[in-house]
Design a binder for this molecule. Structure first.
Ligand SMILES: O=C(O)CCC(=O)C(=O)O
Ligand SMILES: [Fe+2]
Length: 336
């Protein structure tokens, strides 16, 4: 098969347990993660109405003048790294991406122990005051994505021959949930050369990403067997992909696959990645798996993920500080 597989995840999300069907779904996840590191999910249980509401309000938000959007600028987000960034502010491999966006995550009050102790990427979201419905929709969406992600990680556990709650017990007591809303401007609105990307080639950092994309298209996945392959929008599905931590834990058995985006159409493209990552202070350990074969090809970031030892917090801070170097300096995060 030369396209990203589609997996029906009913058995993972529904309340009635069908162990036989769960094993079957786990087998499909296993094959997809080994071959692609990517898969589409269908029958996921997230309502179309919620997805449409989110898209509609995001469109309204991005259509506003930059001054209005900058009222929730990331520079006001402090160590939580939340808020809006304009086109060109986010870098991939040192190059500005052709996208604007909002960084969001689990809503934590300033009294939360992690916020009180100054742990980065944790805290309050910045919501536009002129769009109260947007806030409710985002919070509801994050909540539903988190539940879905727990169910999918049960499938990933089973797919590796582990207890269904392996990740739950060891890495997901307090998952790091990051949510982003991106707008990739229409081709006609940018003076871009061939080399510019909506987001350049990269891998995701954590365990599992669940992506909602609008109808525009533009996402590409670097497959093992077929080179760069398109991952177009498919109605009623989300795109899922695994991140560096699962690659590290499985010793390369499951790969965090490079991907990139270019919007070549004459309309803006909206996308909504939800990143489901290990608890901040969980120590990333290699799993006892039968046949692990680390990837020896040079990675997009020239790092060797198989040499990484430490907590998820250690890993992501190095990454995020490269993505927004100016902000990292303001937040006193060392850029390496
Ligand atoms: O916009 C997309 O389709 C993908 C975005 C992405 O890969 C990311 O934010 O990590
Ligand atoms: Fe990504």
């Amino acid at each position: 098969m030369d396209s990203v597989p589609i997996i029906d995840v009913t058995s993972l999300v529904c309340n009635e347990k069908d162990l036989v069907q769960q094993e079957e779904t786990a087998k499909q996840i296993h094959n997809a993660c080994q071959e692609w590191g990517f898969f589409y999910i269908k029958s996921h249980g997230i309502s179309q109405q919620l997805q449409e509401k989110l898209q509609k309000q995001s469109k309204i938000f991005f259509a506003q003048p930059v001054d209005e959007k900058m009222k929730i600028s990331m520079t006001n987000g402090g160590r939580a790294w939340r808020g809006y960034f304009p086109v060109g502010d986010e870098l991939t491999s040192g190059k500005p991406d052709q996208k604007e966006g909002i960084y969001l995550g689990t809503e934590l009050s300033s009294a939360h122990p992690k916020v009180e102790s100054g742990i980065p990427l944790h805290g309050k979201n910045l919501f536009p005051e002129n769009m109260p419905e947007f806030k409710n929709t985002i919070l509801q969406y994050i909540n539903e994505m988190e539940k879905l992600a727990h169910s999918l990680m049960m499938g990933v556990s089973l797919s590796l021959g582990l207890e269904a709650d392996f990740f739950e017990k060891n890495y997901l007591k307090e998952p790091t949930c990051l949510f982003r809303i991106f707008n990739y401007p229409a081709n006609k609105n940018t003076n871009r050369s061939e080399e510019t990307w909506g987001v350049g080639e990269h891998t995701d950092y954590g365990l599992l990403t669940i992506l909602l994309q609008d109808n525009t298209g533009g996402l590409e996945v670097k497959s093992k067997s077929y080179g760069w392959v398109k991952a177009p929008p498919i109605p009623d599905t989300f795109v899922c992909n695994i991140g560096d931590m699962l690659d590290r834990m499985t010793g390369g058995f499951y790969r965090s696959t490079p991907h990139r985006v270019k919007n070549i159409t004459n309309s803006d493209r909206l996308s909504f990645p939800f990143f489901f990552d290990p608890s901040w202070d969980s120590n990333i350990k290699v799993l006892p798996l039968p046949s692990s074969e680390p990837d020896t090809n040079e990675r997009w970031d020239r790092l060797n993920v198989y040499k990484f030892n430490g907590t998820y917090g250690d890993y992501i801070m190095k990454k995020v500080s490269k993505v927004f170097p100016d902000l990292a300096v303001k937040q006193a995060v060392v850029v390496q």
